[in-house]
Write a new protein. Sequence first.
Length: 407
Amino acid sequence: MVRAGALIAVLAAAVAVIPATASAATPPLTITASTSGPLATGSTTNFLGNVGVTYGITYTLKASSADTLTGVGFADALPAGAQLDDEVGETAKNCGTPFVPANQAGASSVTESGLTVIGSAASGYVGSCTITLEFVDNAPQTAAPDAITLASTGYSVNNGTTTTTATTATIVDASLTVAGLPTLSETGVTDNATYGYGQSVLLGFSATPATNDSIAANGVYATDDQGNTLATGQAVNTDVPGSHQVQVWVQTVDGYLGSQTYSYTVNSPKLLSVKTTKTGDVDFDVEYLAAGSVAADVVDGKTVIAKVTKKVSVGKSTAVTVAPTAAGKKALTKLTTVTKKVKEKYKVKVRVKVKGKTKVETKTRTKTVTKTTVKAIKVTLSVLYTAADWSYIGTQPTITKAGITLK
């Protein structure tokens, strides 16, 4: 399955208040935690995530309108199974100069210290202090809380007139529900299968979300290696011979994106063999996988000497006999049989008996004989194979001689 990271988007969470000290009705600091995953339906506290997907977790630190807070620190125990990702997604803004979040990749908790937070009415205010880290959860879980705690040393509060020490804060905490992976189902295309050129192969697919999850709108679809997007029930492309792939994709509302890949090969019909019968007919075999028809012409130059059309049903191969046309029979006879008279030399032995002795003499003579020879011809066999919305043309251009046999 293929995984993709989620975009970082800060969302709201519910408020859980740590009681303030007697010196202040409301603590001068509010710390809010949120993640980039979506909120569960109807909830303002429970964020959604998916196993193996990277999300952002953002801490927003806000001071009372006239306060400047220094030396702020906090810790956060992440939900069970969650751990910080690498430092690539770490950012800090308006938290003091300079301030860089600690690199805590692989940690199950967050610890930050030495922050400066300026209130909106204080001098030098440019916005709340925000720290964003990235985390990934490795196991499904239901509504696991994180737990933010303020540093026990407290922090300094300057309201423009006096500086005091505070040890409490308003904590806006959240929980995280982590869903398992969705299940993909596919029919029609068998992995590593071989299909005929133009064969109808319908692709079907669906996805089932895990508990506490749901499929995104238009979140189940397929693509192929030829740039096509396919809907369930649509045929895969078998009009291009060779090796191909189709991928079925699923996307969930919590940012998970995965796919399953199926490979297949497309064969085209093949002209297997060509031969002739004793009557001068031409036979050939064609391999096919879909129903259609075969049309064949045997041509000598511009003269069609044989042709045939035959319907074929689904199968592996078919044999077709191409009978010569009337013009074809005449052309074949004329072109392949040549009769002429030639003079041949031969030797004659003569026996002569003289005085009881035999003498043999050899003399050369010439005679005229009639001789029939076969003149080679060249013809082309063209095969047009048609099935549904596709066609295939195969040729054999080297058929020669009266017997029309292959070289």
